[in-house]
Design a protein around this ligand. Sequence first.
Ligand code: C5P
Length: 406
Amino acid sequence: MQLQGKKIILGVTGSIAAYKAAYLLRGLIKQGAEVQVVMTPYAKEFISPLTLSSLSGKPALNSFFVASDGQWNSHVDLGLWANLMVIAPATAATIGKMANGICDNLLITTYLSAKCPVMVAPAMDLDMFQHPSTKRNIELLRSYGNLIIEPASGELASGLIGKGRMQEPDTIISKIIDFFAEKKKLLNRTYLVTAGPTHEKIDPVRYIGNYSSGKMGFAIAEHLANLGAKVILVTGPVAIQCRNSNINRIDVVLAVEMLEKCLKHFEACNGAIMVAAVADFAPIITETKKIKRTSGNYFIELRPNPDIAASLGKIKLDNQILVGFALETDDEELNAIAKMEKKNLDFIVLNSLRDSGSGFQYDTNRIKILDKNGIVQAFDLKQKSEVAVDIVNKLIEMEGGITERF
Ligand code: C5P
Protein backbone atom coordinates (compact mmCIF):
# COMPACT_ATOMS: atom_id res chain seq x y z
CA MET A 1 0.00 0.00 0.00
CA GLN A 2 2.60 2.53 -1.09
CA LEU A 3 0.05 5.09 -2.27
CA GLN A 4 -2.12 5.14 0.85
CA GLY A 5 -3.78 8.52 1.27
CA LYS A 6 -2.73 9.82 -2.14
CA LYS A 7 -5.38 11.50 -4.24
CA ILE A 8 -4.84 10.95 -7.94
CA ILE A 9 -6.73 12.19 -10.99
CA LEU A 10 -6.45 9.66 -13.79
CA GLY A 11 -7.05 11.33 -17.14
CA VAL A 12 -8.02 8.95 -19.95
CA THR A 13 -8.08 10.01 -23.61
CA GLY A 14 -9.24 8.46 -26.87
CA SER A 15 -6.50 5.99 -27.68
CA ILE A 16 -6.65 2.24 -28.15
CA ALA A 17 -4.36 2.10 -25.10
CA ALA A 18 -7.36 3.29 -23.02
CA TYR A 19 -8.03 -0.35 -22.11
CA LYS A 20 -4.74 -0.27 -20.18
CA ALA A 21 -6.18 2.57 -18.07
CA ALA A 22 -8.37 -0.06 -16.38
CA TYR A 23 -5.27 -2.06 -15.30
CA LEU A 24 -3.55 1.14 -14.25
CA LEU A 25 -6.56 2.22 -12.20
CA ARG A 26 -6.83 -1.20 -10.57
CA GLY A 27 -3.13 -1.09 -9.64
CA LEU A 28 -3.40 2.41 -8.15
CA ILE A 29 -6.40 1.41 -6.04
CA LYS A 30 -4.55 -1.72 -4.87
CA GLN A 31 -1.72 0.51 -3.69
CA GLY A 32 -4.19 2.48 -1.55
CA ALA A 33 -4.69 5.54 -3.76
CA GLU A 34 -8.00 7.38 -4.07
CA VAL A 35 -8.54 7.85 -7.79
CA GLN A 36 -10.88 10.15 -9.66
CA VAL A 37 -11.15 9.30 -13.35
CA VAL A 38 -11.70 12.12 -15.86
CA MET A 39 -12.26 11.06 -19.47
CA THR A 40 -12.26 12.98 -22.74
CA PRO A 41 -15.38 12.50 -24.89
CA TYR A 42 -13.47 10.24 -27.32
CA ALA A 43 -12.09 8.07 -24.50
CA LYS A 44 -15.66 6.79 -24.02
CA GLU A 45 -15.47 5.26 -27.52
CA PHE A 46 -12.59 3.06 -26.36
CA ILE A 47 -13.56 2.18 -22.80
CA SER A 48 -16.82 2.46 -20.94
CA PRO A 49 -17.13 4.99 -18.10
CA LEU A 50 -18.97 2.24 -16.24
CA THR A 51 -15.83 0.05 -16.22
CA LEU A 52 -13.73 2.86 -14.79
CA SER A 53 -16.43 3.98 -12.33
CA SER A 54 -16.77 0.42 -11.03
CA LEU A 55 -13.02 0.06 -10.55
CA SER A 56 -12.51 3.45 -8.90
CA GLY A 57 -15.71 3.53 -6.84
CA LYS A 58 -16.41 7.06 -8.12
CA PRO A 59 -18.29 8.20 -11.23
CA ALA A 60 -15.85 8.52 -14.14
CA LEU A 61 -16.38 12.17 -15.10
CA ASN A 62 -16.50 12.99 -18.77
CA SER A 63 -18.44 16.22 -19.24
CA PHE A 64 -18.95 19.57 -17.56
CA PHE A 65 -22.59 18.75 -16.77
CA VAL A 66 -24.42 15.66 -15.68
CA ALA A 67 -27.37 15.93 -18.09
CA SER A 68 -29.78 13.93 -15.91
CA ASP A 69 -29.67 16.25 -12.88
CA GLY A 70 -27.88 19.34 -14.24
CA GLN A 71 -25.02 18.82 -11.76
CA TRP A 72 -21.81 20.76 -12.53
CA ASN A 73 -18.43 19.02 -12.41
CA SER A 74 -16.02 21.67 -11.08
CA HIS A 75 -12.64 21.37 -12.75
CA VAL A 76 -11.23 23.90 -10.25
CA ASP A 77 -12.21 21.80 -7.21
CA LEU A 78 -10.83 18.68 -8.89
CA GLY A 79 -7.53 20.42 -9.65
CA LEU A 80 -7.18 21.47 -6.00
CA TRP A 81 -8.20 18.08 -4.61
CA ALA A 82 -5.48 15.99 -6.25
CA ASN A 83 -1.90 15.33 -5.14
CA LEU A 84 -1.07 14.14 -8.64
CA MET A 85 -2.67 14.09 -12.05
CA VAL A 86 -1.74 11.27 -14.43
CA ILE A 87 -2.89 11.38 -18.04
CA ALA A 88 -2.57 7.86 -19.42
CA PRO A 89 -3.01 7.29 -22.27
CA ALA A 90 -2.39 10.80 -23.64
CA THR A 91 -3.12 11.15 -27.35
CA ALA A 92 -1.32 13.54 -29.70
CA ALA A 93 -4.51 15.63 -29.79
CA THR A 94 -4.74 15.98 -26.00
CA ILE A 95 -1.00 16.70 -25.73
CA GLY A 96 -1.39 19.40 -28.41
CA LYS A 97 -4.31 20.97 -26.59
CA MET A 98 -2.52 20.84 -23.23
CA ALA A 99 0.55 22.47 -24.77
CA ASN A 100 -1.54 25.29 -26.15
CA GLY A 101 -4.14 25.76 -23.42
CA ILE A 102 -7.07 24.66 -25.58
CA CYS A 103 -9.49 23.54 -22.89
CA ASP A 104 -12.51 22.26 -24.77
CA ASN A 105 -13.25 19.35 -22.45
CA LEU A 106 -13.34 18.61 -18.72
CA LEU A 107 -9.98 16.84 -18.70
CA ILE A 108 -8.03 19.76 -20.16
CA THR A 109 -9.79 22.39 -18.04
CA THR A 110 -8.92 20.24 -15.01
CA TYR A 111 -5.32 20.08 -16.22
CA LEU A 112 -5.17 23.86 -16.60
CA SER A 113 -6.54 24.44 -13.09
CA ALA A 114 -4.48 21.71 -11.41
CA LYS A 115 -2.08 22.88 -8.73
CA CYS A 116 -0.50 19.45 -8.41
CA PRO A 117 2.29 17.84 -10.47
CA VAL A 118 1.16 16.28 -13.74
CA MET A 119 2.46 13.11 -15.40
CA VAL A 120 1.73 12.44 -19.04
CA ALA A 121 2.05 9.02 -20.69
CA PRO A 122 1.85 9.50 -24.48
CA ALA A 123 0.32 6.77 -26.61
CA MET A 124 0.17 7.04 -30.38
CA ASP A 125 1.35 5.66 -33.64
CA LEU A 126 5.05 5.93 -34.41
CA ASP A 127 4.67 8.49 -37.22
CA MET A 128 2.48 10.68 -35.02
CA PHE A 129 5.00 10.44 -32.21
CA GLN A 130 7.81 11.46 -34.53
CA HIS A 131 5.97 14.40 -36.06
CA PRO A 132 7.72 17.71 -35.29
CA SER A 133 4.50 19.17 -33.87
CA THR A 134 4.16 16.29 -31.38
CA LYS A 135 7.81 16.61 -30.42
CA ARG A 136 7.42 20.34 -29.93
CA ASN A 137 4.23 19.92 -27.89
CA ILE A 138 5.88 17.34 -25.63
CA GLU A 139 8.82 19.70 -25.11
CA LEU A 140 6.37 22.48 -24.26
CA LEU A 141 4.71 20.25 -21.67
CA ARG A 142 8.13 19.45 -20.20
CA SER A 143 8.98 23.15 -20.08
CA TYR A 144 5.79 23.76 -18.05
CA GLY A 145 7.14 21.30 -15.47
CA ASN A 146 5.03 18.28 -16.49
CA LEU A 147 6.67 14.88 -16.17
CA ILE A 148 6.65 12.83 -19.36
CA ILE A 149 6.54 9.06 -19.11
CA GLU A 150 8.35 8.19 -22.33
CA PRO A 151 6.45 5.70 -24.49
CA ALA A 152 7.99 2.30 -25.10
CA SER A 153 9.15 0.82 -28.39
CA GLY A 154 7.45 -2.24 -29.76
CA GLU A 155 4.52 -3.40 -31.81
CA LEU A 156 1.80 -0.77 -32.13
CA ALA A 157 -1.93 -1.31 -32.62
CA SER A 158 -1.48 -0.26 -36.26
CA GLY A 159 0.92 -3.18 -36.82
CA LEU A 160 3.87 -0.81 -37.18
CA ILE A 161 6.87 -1.34 -34.96
CA GLY A 162 8.49 1.63 -33.22
CA LYS A 163 8.21 4.14 -30.38
CA GLY A 164 4.77 5.32 -29.34
CA ARG A 165 3.32 2.52 -27.24
CA MET A 166 2.08 3.65 -23.83
CA GLN A 167 4.22 2.35 -20.98
CA GLU A 168 2.80 -0.69 -19.25
CA PRO A 169 0.55 0.06 -16.25
CA ASP A 170 3.03 -1.57 -13.82
CA THR A 171 5.83 0.69 -15.06
CA ILE A 172 3.61 3.76 -14.66
CA ILE A 173 2.62 2.68 -11.14
CA SER A 174 6.24 2.25 -10.08
CA LYS A 175 7.05 5.70 -11.52
CA ILE A 176 4.19 7.14 -9.46
CA ILE A 177 5.44 5.38 -6.30
CA ASP A 178 9.00 6.65 -6.97
CA PHE A 179 7.62 10.13 -7.57
CA PHE A 180 5.94 10.28 -4.16
CA ALA A 181 9.05 8.84 -2.47
CA GLU A 182 11.24 11.42 -4.26
CA LYS A 183 8.89 14.18 -3.17
CA LYS A 184 10.04 13.72 0.39
CA LYS A 185 13.76 13.65 -0.34
CA LEU A 186 14.31 17.33 0.44
CA LEU A 187 11.46 17.86 2.86
CA ASN A 188 12.24 20.49 5.54
CA ARG A 189 15.09 21.90 3.47
CA THR A 190 15.23 25.38 1.97
CA TYR A 191 17.28 26.56 -0.99
CA LEU A 192 17.91 29.92 -2.53
CA VAL A 193 18.02 30.00 -6.34
CA THR A 194 18.84 33.02 -8.50
CA ALA A 195 17.66 33.10 -12.11
CA GLY A 196 17.35 35.22 -15.22
CA PRO A 197 19.24 38.35 -16.21
CA THR A 198 19.41 41.66 -14.37
CA HIS A 199 18.44 44.87 -16.11
CA GLU A 200 20.61 47.83 -15.18
CA LYS A 201 18.73 51.03 -15.91
CA ILE A 202 20.22 53.65 -18.20
CA ASP A 203 17.14 55.86 -18.37
CA PRO A 204 13.37 55.27 -18.07
CA VAL A 205 13.25 53.27 -21.33
CA ARG A 206 16.68 51.65 -21.70
CA TYR A 207 18.77 49.15 -19.78
CA ILE A 208 21.89 47.01 -19.95
CA GLY A 209 20.90 43.34 -19.91
CA ASN A 210 21.70 39.98 -21.46
CA TYR A 211 19.98 37.09 -23.24
CA SER A 212 19.34 34.92 -20.16
CA SER A 213 15.81 33.44 -20.33
CA GLY A 214 15.70 32.15 -16.75
CA LYS A 215 14.82 28.64 -18.00
CA MET A 216 17.73 26.85 -16.28
CA GLY A 217 17.19 28.55 -12.91
CA PHE A 218 13.44 27.94 -13.00
CA ALA A 219 13.98 24.27 -13.94
CA ILE A 220 16.26 23.86 -10.90
CA ALA A 221 13.77 25.65 -8.63
CA GLU A 222 10.92 23.42 -9.86
CA HIS A 223 12.92 20.24 -9.37
CA LEU A 224 14.01 21.20 -5.84
CA ALA A 225 10.38 22.00 -5.03
CA ASN A 226 9.19 18.72 -6.56
CA LEU A 227 11.51 16.95 -4.12
CA GLY A 228 9.76 18.69 -1.24
CA ALA A 229 12.19 21.56 -0.62
CA LYS A 230 11.09 25.13 -0.01
CA VAL A 231 12.65 27.37 -2.65
CA ILE A 232 13.29 31.09 -2.56
CA LEU A 233 13.65 32.04 -6.19
CA VAL A 234 15.12 35.49 -6.71
CA THR A 235 14.67 36.24 -10.37
CA GLY A 236 15.45 39.04 -12.75
CA PRO A 237 12.94 39.98 -15.48
CA VAL A 238 11.84 36.80 -17.31
CA ALA A 239 8.75 35.65 -19.18
CA ILE A 240 8.18 32.37 -17.34
CA GLN A 241 5.89 31.26 -14.53
CA CYS A 242 6.46 28.97 -11.54
CA ARG A 243 4.20 25.96 -11.10
CA ASN A 244 5.09 24.52 -7.72
CA SER A 245 3.57 26.29 -4.72
CA ASN A 246 6.71 25.47 -2.68
CA ILE A 247 8.48 28.20 -4.65
CA ASN A 248 8.50 31.67 -3.15
CA ARG A 249 9.25 33.86 -6.16
CA ILE A 250 10.85 37.24 -5.54
CA ASP A 251 11.12 39.48 -8.60
CA VAL A 252 13.95 41.96 -8.88
CA VAL A 253 15.36 44.08 -11.66
CA LEU A 254 18.80 45.28 -10.59
CA ALA A 255 21.83 43.29 -9.40
CA VAL A 256 21.91 45.32 -6.17
CA GLU A 257 18.29 44.34 -5.50
CA MET A 258 19.15 40.69 -6.18
CA LEU A 259 22.07 40.94 -3.74
CA GLU A 260 19.87 42.49 -1.06
CA LYS A 261 17.24 39.72 -1.34
CA CYS A 262 19.89 36.99 -1.38
CA LEU A 263 21.62 38.38 1.72
CA LYS A 264 18.27 38.60 3.48
CA HIS A 265 17.34 34.95 2.84
CA PHE A 266 20.62 33.02 2.60
CA GLU A 267 21.14 32.55 6.32
CA ALA A 268 17.92 30.52 6.65
CA CYS A 269 18.82 28.31 3.68
CA ASN A 270 20.60 24.99 3.42
CA GLY A 271 22.24 26.22 0.27
CA ALA A 272 22.10 28.44 -2.77
CA ILE A 273 22.31 27.79 -6.50
CA MET A 274 23.37 30.90 -8.35
CA VAL A 275 22.05 30.58 -11.88
CA ALA A 276 21.34 34.24 -12.63
CA ALA A 277 23.32 35.96 -15.36
CA VAL A 278 23.99 39.06 -13.32
CA ALA A 279 25.08 42.10 -15.35
CA ASP A 280 28.72 42.79 -14.57
CA PHE A 281 28.34 46.55 -14.77
CA ALA A 282 25.65 49.13 -14.07
CA PRO A 283 25.43 52.79 -15.12
CA ILE A 284 26.67 55.08 -12.34
CA ILE A 285 23.78 57.42 -13.08
CA THR A 286 20.28 56.47 -14.18
CA GLU A 287 18.87 59.43 -16.10
CA THR A 288 15.39 60.39 -14.94
CA LYS A 289 14.39 61.51 -18.44
CA LYS A 290 14.83 59.64 -21.73
CA ILE A 291 18.25 60.42 -23.21
CA LYS A 292 17.81 62.35 -26.45
CA ARG A 293 19.46 61.21 -29.66
CA THR A 294 22.43 63.38 -30.59
CA SER A 295 24.69 63.31 -33.62
CA GLY A 296 27.84 62.76 -31.56
CA ASN A 297 28.95 59.78 -29.46
CA TYR A 298 27.33 59.25 -26.10
CA PHE A 299 29.21 57.84 -23.12
CA ILE A 300 27.73 55.97 -20.21
CA GLU A 301 29.99 55.52 -17.23
CA LEU A 302 29.64 52.09 -15.63
CA ARG A 303 30.58 50.77 -12.21
CA PRO A 304 31.06 47.09 -11.40
CA ASN A 305 28.09 45.30 -9.86
CA PRO A 306 28.50 43.34 -6.64
CA ASP A 307 29.35 39.66 -7.11
CA ILE A 308 26.38 38.02 -5.39
CA ALA A 309 27.81 34.48 -5.42
CA ALA A 310 31.11 35.70 -3.97
CA SER A 311 29.25 37.70 -1.29
CA LEU A 312 27.40 34.56 -0.19
CA GLY A 313 30.68 32.61 -0.44
CA LYS A 314 32.16 34.94 2.20
CA ILE A 315 29.39 34.36 4.75
CA LYS A 316 28.59 30.75 3.96
CA LEU A 317 28.83 28.29 6.86
CA ASP A 318 30.42 24.85 6.50
CA ASN A 319 27.02 23.17 6.43
CA GLN A 320 25.66 25.39 3.66
CA ILE A 321 26.25 24.44 0.07
CA LEU A 322 26.95 27.03 -2.61
CA VAL A 323 26.71 26.29 -6.33
CA GLY A 324 27.67 28.58 -9.19
CA PHE A 325 27.50 28.56 -12.94
CA ALA A 326 30.16 29.45 -15.48
CA LEU A 327 29.49 30.28 -19.10
CA GLU A 328 32.83 30.25 -20.83
CA THR A 329 34.09 30.65 -24.36
CA ASP A 330 37.74 29.62 -23.87
CA ASP A 331 39.93 27.75 -21.34
CA GLU A 332 36.62 26.60 -19.95
CA GLU A 333 37.70 24.21 -17.19
CA LEU A 334 40.56 26.37 -15.92
CA ASN A 335 38.36 29.46 -15.77
CA ALA A 336 35.58 27.53 -14.06
CA ILE A 337 37.95 26.16 -11.39
CA ALA A 338 39.34 29.66 -10.76
CA LYS A 339 35.78 30.97 -10.37
CA MET A 340 34.83 28.17 -7.99
CA GLU A 341 37.80 29.00 -5.76
CA LYS A 342 37.35 32.76 -5.92
CA LYS A 343 33.66 32.57 -4.98
CA ASN A 344 34.10 29.76 -2.40
CA LEU A 345 31.69 27.44 -4.26
CA ASP A 346 31.22 23.75 -3.49
CA PHE A 347 30.75 22.98 -7.16
CA ILE A 348 30.39 24.83 -10.41
CA VAL A 349 28.31 24.02 -13.46
CA LEU A 350 30.13 24.78 -16.66
CA ASN A 351 28.38 25.37 -19.95
CA SER A 352 30.32 26.32 -22.98
CA LEU A 353 29.06 28.71 -25.61
CA ARG A 354 30.92 26.54 -28.12
CA ASP A 355 28.31 23.79 -27.79
CA SER A 356 25.35 24.14 -30.12
CA GLY A 357 22.04 23.90 -28.26
CA SER A 358 23.67 25.06 -25.03
CA GLY A 359 23.26 28.26 -23.08
CA PHE A 360 20.93 31.24 -23.21
CA GLN A 361 17.39 30.89 -24.60
CA TYR A 362 17.76 27.20 -25.58
CA ASP A 363 15.61 24.50 -23.94
CA THR A 364 18.64 22.22 -23.86
CA ASN A 365 22.03 22.43 -22.20
CA ARG A 366 25.26 20.43 -22.13
CA ILE A 367 27.08 20.79 -18.85
CA LYS A 368 30.15 19.70 -16.95
CA ILE A 369 30.18 19.71 -13.18
CA LEU A 370 33.48 20.45 -11.43
CA ASP A 371 33.59 20.15 -7.65
CA LYS A 372 35.95 21.46 -5.00
CA ASN A 373 37.39 17.95 -4.52
CA GLY A 374 38.65 17.93 -8.11
CA ILE A 375 35.95 15.64 -9.52
CA VAL A 376 34.82 16.47 -13.06
CA GLN A 377 31.64 14.98 -14.57
CA ALA A 378 30.57 15.56 -18.17
CA PHE A 379 26.92 15.16 -19.21
CA ASP A 380 25.19 14.78 -22.59
CA LEU A 381 23.10 17.48 -24.25
CA LYS A 382 19.74 17.27 -22.42
CA GLN A 383 16.54 19.15 -21.74
CA LYS A 384 17.08 21.81 -19.09
CA SER A 385 14.56 19.96 -16.86
CA GLU A 386 16.83 16.88 -17.03
CA VAL A 387 19.98 18.96 -16.51
CA ALA A 388 18.28 20.31 -13.37
CA VAL A 389 17.94 16.72 -12.10
CA ASP A 390 21.69 16.11 -12.61
CA ILE A 391 22.57 19.33 -10.77
CA VAL A 392 20.23 18.63 -7.86
CA ASN A 393 21.52 15.03 -7.64
CA LYS A 394 25.04 16.43 -7.32
CA LEU A 395 23.84 18.82 -4.62
CA ILE A 396 22.24 15.95 -2.69
CA GLU A 397 25.40 13.84 -3.11
CA MET A 398 27.65 16.63 -1.81
CA GLU A 399 25.28 17.36 1.06
CA GLY A 400 25.85 13.76 2.16
CA GLY A 401 29.15 15.05 3.51
CA ILE A 402 27.57 18.05 5.21
CA THR A 403 26.16 17.72 8.69
CA GLU A 404 22.46 18.29 9.21
CA ARG A 405 21.71 21.87 10.15
CA PHE A 406 18.00 22.24 10.65
O1 C5P B 1 32.07 35.64 -12.69
P1 C5P B 1 30.94 35.10 -13.49
O2 C5P B 1 29.89 36.10 -13.78
O3 C5P B 1 31.34 34.35 -14.71
O4 C5P B 1 30.33 33.99 -12.50
C1 C5P B 1 29.18 33.30 -12.78
C2 C5P B 1 28.55 32.79 -11.50
O5 C5P B 1 28.55 33.81 -10.51
C3 C5P B 1 27.11 32.44 -11.70
O6 C5P B 1 26.79 31.43 -10.75
C4 C5P B 1 26.38 33.74 -11.38
O7 C5P B 1 25.05 33.52 -10.98
C5 C5P B 1 27.24 34.31 -10.27
N1 C5P B 1 27.31 35.77 -10.26
C6 C5P B 1 26.75 36.49 -9.23
N2 C5P B 1 26.86 37.85 -9.20
C7 C5P B 1 27.54 38.51 -10.15
C8 C5P B 1 28.14 37.80 -11.20
C9 C5P B 1 28.00 36.43 -11.23
O8 C5P B 1 26.10 35.89 -8.37
N3 C5P B 1 27.64 39.82 -10.10
